[in-house]
Design a protein around this ligand. Structure first.
Ligand code: HGY
Ligand code: MN
Ligand code: MN
Length: 410
């Protein structure tokens, strides 16, 4: 059994061309028209591969290849929703390669002992709807279906209505697809494998993260007449706070990172002192203690603004502790890579993934391939075709081991 190299690469290109009319790269935010077009493509490919397709009540798309036995399936998968102006591989690679694995097994006429599922999870990125990892959170009961369907997007749209509008408000119960094992294939999105020229990452865990939405309210005023001593400039106060957060991470020399990815002021006019500023903070840290220290420092800084006369709000919109994956499944991945004479590096993921949620309910691991220059969440995101095929082959080898019942001698 082998991966169909040409079809894998052609489909990544085809999916990568969906949502390219909004400027550089592609933008397929969750539950938008562009997301629907991508979803339709993937559902068609799953059927062509021989899988039966089921849509669950949070819009996860499950491609199922039935095995001989009942019992929890072996699952792979990822996401096809993107950030704004994204690359073509983040998430999509794991889904399209997972479909290729189903096709390889089905075309080989192999009846697996265990059922295999490839899943495209809803709203992994969390750009339009918070929290992120929405489809896998619902499947692992981290958030209820009703609560998830009530979410309102950054552009004011109701999650349940958007799912209905794009035709992906499914009838199936998400946790009916809960797997016994989960393996996610993904690009690294960082510089480690690329700089060390290692083709396969065996991912042993994911760092923790928390997302915050902060608002600072002062007093709008005239940019020409208001003396600096009389101003309550919400924009200036928020910018100073934001700078302190990123400086703190640099000064600490720790692996923790901080990002202010969105920042807006009101009323937003060239000659008006901002009366309000709203921005988000994304903290990541391999240790939960480091994450908590960053959050305490943030709260302290926000409280200081209150002392200076501003009013503030501070809301946590997503948070996930660091997770450790299954050493047993990591060993399987490492052995499969060794069978293919592919050097590996055991590592922790800097980016979050649906695997982070699945790890709470079943043995889980991830497989990484290099990202050129460590660039991601950027149209320049790129992975060499040979690396993409190697990763898909390692996924095929790993899944093939997991869906066949082992004789005790093996
Ligand atoms: O934010 C992340 O780490 C992922 O790309 N959703
Ligand atoms: Mn991703
Ligand atoms: Mn991403």
């Amino acid at each position: 059994m082998n991966i169909n190299r040409d079809r894998l690469l052609a489909r990544l290109d085809e999916l990568g061309r969906v949502g390219t009319s909004h400027g550089p790269g592609r933008t397929r935010l969750a539950l938008t028209e562009e997301d629907r077009v991508g979803r339709d493509l993937v559902a068609t490919w799953m059927r062509e591969a021989g899988a039966q397709v089921y849509i669950d009540s949070i819009g996860n798309i499950h491609g199922v290849l039935r095995g001989a036995e009942d019992g929890p399936p072996v699952m792979t998968g990822s996401h096809i929703d993107t950030v704004n102006r994204a690359g073509a591989l983040d998430g999509c690679y794991g889904v399209v390669a997972g479909v290729e694995v189903i096709a390889a097994i089905h075309n080989a006429g192999v009846l697996p002992d265990k059922t295999m599922v490839v899943t495209a999870f809803t709203n992994e990125e969390g750009v339009r709807y918070a929290p992120d990892l929405l489809g896998s959170r619902v499947m692992t009961k981290d958030i209820g279906v009703a609560e998830a369907l009530q979410l309102t997007s950054t552009d004011g749209e109701h999650c349940g209505e958007e799912l209905r509008r794009i035709g992906y408000a499914g009838d199936y119960t998400p946790w009916d697809f809960l797997p016994g094992v989960f393996v996610e294939l993904h690009i690294e999105q960082g510089p480690v494998l690329d700089t060390r020229h290692i083709p396969i990452g065996v991912v042993e865990g994911v760092q923790g993260y928390s997302w915050w939405k902060i608002s600072v309210s002062g007093r709008a005023n005239h940019a020409g007449t208001a003396p600096m001593s009389m101003r309550l400039d919400a924009g200036a106060a928020a910018m100073q706070l934001a700078n302190r957060l990123t400086e703190r991470s640099v000064v600490n020399q720790s692996p923790s990172v901080a990002t202010v990815g969105t920042f807006s002021v009101e009323p937003g006019a060239i000659n008006v002192v901002p009366g309000k500023a709203t921005f988000t903070v994304d903290f990541r840290d391999p240790s939960d203690e480091g994450l908590e220290q960053a959050e305490v420092a943030l709260r302290r800084s926000v409280d200081k603004l209150k002392d200076a006369g501003f009013t503030t709000t501070m809301e946590c919109i997503s948070r996930n502790s660091a997770v450790t994956f299954s050493d047993e499944i990591c060993k399987e991945v490492a052995e499969v890579a060794a069978e293919r004479s592919l050097p590996i590096l055991r590592m922790v993921s800097g980016a979050s993934h649906d695997a982070q949620m699945l790890a709470r309910v079943c043995p889980t691991a991830m497989i990484f391939v290099p990202s050129r220059g460590g660039i991601s969440h950027n149209p320049e995101e790129f992975t060499e075709p040979d690396d993409l095929v190697n990763g898909a082959e390692v996924l095929l080898g790993t899944i093939s081991r997991l869906i066949m019942r082992r004789t005790s001698t093996q």
